[in-house]
Design a protein around this ligand. Structure first.
Ligand code: T4K
Length: 379
């Protein structure tokens, strides 16, 4: 990839958004300027939908202005009601999307290894008001799709995956996005594949995609017919053009992330008190994040290490701290005082996501690991 690596003393953020070479973007811009087609199902929008179906190995994709609007629209499309069981260990957008739909999030604890929803905990939280399960494939690590589908089938619940971190992830049967009733991707700047802002819904069939497409365009079925109270969540031509250019480099970008993952893992393997994430069991993983967990036998607390890294120009992120239900505004949900999430809470108190992006050099990754290994030394 023809991009300049960051200078040695540039801050190392948890991510540095991936950009395609400018000269590869210019022809798209010239075309937009020539045709004046800026949005509303333009040619680049259509091309990107087709190209993503092809790349991701799914049949029905609807592009969105961002992932959060994708989540909000998916819940409308599936006409969810009442309570939805979800994870406390996610970005706040997951649960906010439920509140925007007047749905009640019911947070249950996660699996200690994958940090994804635990099907047994989900089953125990089902009530007559439950209409759906909303798991997140956190850090791009696949949730227990079979266990969750089994529960959804048994109780007649919808299953919607927040797959914001999951671009390109596969299990033995193919794309992880094929599971459940819908999967929602984010193409935000900080993601493995970005269109600056952007997102998508993967639908299981053409009829569902049609409904999603109506809903993201005000509910218009044709020029004079509105069939639902839709919203404006359309991806524009500039975003779609960026996506087409990014897609040319995605395999290389994921391979580079895999290399950085190896470097971190090797350099941190023997550091007492630092636990690395489990090696992914996905048939194809995207290395979206590299979370480390700071245990009790580490000489510093998690926050001390976090700030120690910052003093060295290394800006990790505590994804996901605090837990969503620990944000004060979530404290008013009915019954929330009777719930706790010990596994998610412990992860949230210990996690730091280290910088992970294709422009990070091997040497920089080793330097970051060195600060973790010798927090008293100078990097
Ligand atoms: N579901 C899940 C599970 C999600 O993780 C997310 C989003 C969503 C749903 C919603 O999808 P979107 O509606 O966003 O499509 C970031 C992102 O804003 C958010 O997209 C993401 N998850 C979340 C995990 O992280 P922040 O507040 O941590 O990002 P920010 O702006 O602090 O950026 C992190 C670092 O990246 C900065 O320190 C510097 C660097 N950066 C960032 C941006 C935006 C750049 O160098 N350039 C940039 O343009 O939330």
């Amino acid at each position: 990839m023809d991009r300049k690596a960051p200078e040695q003393d540039e801050p190392l953020f948890v991510t540095r958004p991936q950009l395609p070479p400018l000269e590869e973007v210019m022809p798209y811009l010239e075309e937009i300027w020539r045709t004046h087609q800026l949005t509303n199902k333009g040619p680049f929008h259509e091309q990107l939908e087709a190209a993503l179906c092809d790349y991701l190995g799914v049949e029905h994709i609807s592009l969105f202005a961002n992932g959060t609007l994708g989540l909000v629209t998916a819940m409308q499309a599936l006409r969810l009601t009442g309570e939805v069981i979800t994870t406390p260990y996610s970005f706040v957008a997951t649960a906010n999307a439920l509140l925007w739909n007047d749905l009640t999030p019911v947070f249950v604890d996660v699996d200690p290894v994958t940090l994804n929803l635990d099907p047994a905990q989900v089953e125990a939280a089902i009530t007559p008001k439950t209409s759906a399960i909303l798991p997140v494939h956190v850090y791009g690590q696949p949730a227990d799709v079979e266990g969750l589908q089994h529960i959804a089938d048994l109780y007649g619940l919808r299953l919607i995956y927040d797959a914001a971190h999951c671009f390109g992830v596969e299990d033995e049967g193919g794309s992880i996005l094929r599971h459940g009733d819908m999967s929602i991707l984010s193409f935000h700047a900080t993601k493995v594949f970005n269109t600056f802002e952007g997102g998508a819904i993967v639908s299981p069939d053409a009829k569902t995609k049609q409904r999603v497409d109506y809903l993201k365009n005000f509910g218009f079925a044709n020029e004079t017919t509105v069939v639902a109270a839709g919203i404006n969540a359309k991806m524009n031509e500039f975003q779609a053009a960026i996506g087409l250019a990014q897609l040319q480099h995605i395999d290389e970008a994921i391979a580079r992330r895999a290399r950085l993952d190896d470097i971190y893992r090797e350099a941190l393997a023997d550091v007492k008190g630092i636990r690395c994430p489990p090696v992914s069991r996905a048939a194809r993983y995207n290395h979206a994040y590299f979370p480390i967990f700071v245990e009790d036998d580490y000489p510093l607390s998690r926050d001390e290490l976090y700030f120690r890294l910052r003093e060295n120009g290394i800006y990790g992120r505590r994804y996901f701290y605090p837990l969503i239900p620990e944000f004060p505004m979530y404290g008013n949900l009915p019954g929330i005082e009777n719930r706790d999430w010990p596994i998610a809470h412990a992860a949230s108190e210990r996690v730091i996501c280290l910088p992970m992006y294709p422009d990070l050099t091997d040497e920089q990754a080793r330097r970051i690991a060195m600060v973790c290994a010798e927090p008293g030394g100078s990097a």
